[in-house]
Design a protein around this ligand. Structure first.
Ligand code: GLP
Length: 237
């Protein structure tokens, strides 16, 4: 694994933006895997600015997000669809129909997951996958115990993840307990992966990812087996 240590979140976001820009320039029809969470927010702002300034274009790009909460429609303010529209898609020149996020209110979520996997296969390989990491080592919503070969599927969220997400909702009853997530196997098929790790609270889990065993107890540790992973981390983490 290639590790880039930078001063702060600004430098981390600039570095990741550079790598995305390289992919956008190198490929005729680039396929990007995108993540939500607070970590990539600044990265998405920078990409909007670069697009506005004419440095990059997403016109021929296709994107696939890692995950979506079950039970939240795309117009729900807490849905990952809303997050992506607001933080990135509305501010760049991407064609909305080329942005893919699982539908959290699909009538048959299991079928939605299978269909999502098919759409991914039709688009070809993900050229560059952006990942954040949960405090328990989850990537996407692949919680501890996830299988290395897992594909896009419906998953139960860990108790600690539900608690961590509670801050975005009015009451505990509203916090989703399930999600549709790309599997570990799906993520591992990306040609190139960037894992963004920011803040002191991620230091302990990052140490396990870097120096610990490859184990489903720490899903991000499976990245040790991928041939092209770059971890961009700030000093705090
Ligand atoms: C959620 C997302 C993950 C993300 C994680 C960390 O659980 N499903 O993809 O990596 O949050 O979020 P943050 O960057 O806010 O710490």
């Amino acid at each position: 694994m290639n590790i880039i240590k930078v001063e702060n979140n600004e430098a981390l976001s600039e570095k990741a933006a550079d790598m995305i820009e390289d992919t956008l320039h190198a490929k005729e029809n680039p396929v990007l895997g995108l993540a939500t969470g607070s970590t990539p927010e600044r990265l998405y702002e920078i990409l909007q600015k670069r697009c506005h300034d004419g440095k990059v274009s997403f016109q021929h790009a296709t994107t696939f997000n890692l995950d979506e909460y079950i039970g939240l429609a795309g117009d729900n303010p807490n849905s990952y669809r809303q997050f992506m529209n607001e933080k990135l898609f509305n501010g760049i020149d991407i064609q909305k129909e080329n942005t893919h996020i699982p539908n959290g209110v699909a009538e048959d979520p299991d079928k939605e997951a299978i269909d999502y996997e098919k759409k991914l296969a039709d688009a070809g390989k993900i050229d560059l996958q952006i990942l954040g990491i949960g405090l328990n080592g989850h990537i996407g919503f692949n919680e501890p115990g996830s299988d290395v070969k897992s594909r896009t599927q419906v998953v139960d969220l860990a108790e600690s993840t539900i608690e961590a997400n509670a801050r975005f909702f009015n009451s505990m009853d509203e916090v989703p307990t399930q999600a549709i997530t790309m599997g570990i196997g799906t993520i591992m098929e990306a040609s190139k992966i960037i894992l963004l790790v920011q803040g002191e609270k991620k230091a302990e889990i990052l140490s396990k990812v870097l120096h610990g065993d490859v184990t489903s107890d720490v899903p991000a540790s499976f990245l040790q087996m991928h041939k092209d992973v770059t971890i961009i981390t700030d000093i705090d983490a």
